[in-house]
Ligand binder design. Sequence first.
Ligand code: SF4
Length: 225
Amino acid sequence: MMISECFSSLQGEGSLAGVPSFFIRTTGCRLRCRWCDTPYTSWDAEGQRFSVEELREMAQESRLHHVVITGGEPLIQREIGALTAQLREASFHITVETSGTAAPEFDCDLLSLSPKTSNSDPEGRWTTRHRKLRSDLEIARRLLERAPEYQLKFVVRGGGDMPEILQIVQELGIRESWKVQLMPEGRSAEETEARSVVVAGLCREYGFRYTPRLHLSLFGGGRGV
Ligand code: SF4
């Protein structure tokens, strides 16, 4: 598999925020979000090949129970099914983080689905392709149908994002509003902090869950956290 980095840290976002986890970050992505916080897996993808056996071994060496497979977009990796099978065999709790633009066969305990809205649209030659791919909700629907547990995470800049988010939630048929999570957009603690009160207010208004980005406030972002 093409891997950008593997490391132990605390889960920064979502319903497992704060849980010590081993992260496997794949490299390569179909989208080009303008605020992407891991451009080294998308805009300027870099990484090296590891076998699923090597990844399983590294996860076991971490002595942690939770593994997070993230990216980039892990679901475009040909070996994703084989990797999750290896991790299942080793009794890990598996979270898969995805933008929902591909739906191969794989196993997980928690599907962390993060559909992108128009606030992610880049300018330039990627605009059309990004818009087309990010808005194909049929793939997201298929992923949700198969997921044993899920959370739906949105990156939010402000109230202007809400009509689009509400439409996606409705089109996906999500009734469990507490599984819809809003997190402030930002690539630094300062940026997310500046939006946090507004985003928390939107959560109160719409009955959605607020998720922090702990890795930014605790560790300052960057690689390996
Ligand atoms: S989907 Fe994720 S990895 Fe891909 S460009 Fe967007 S933020 Fe970056």
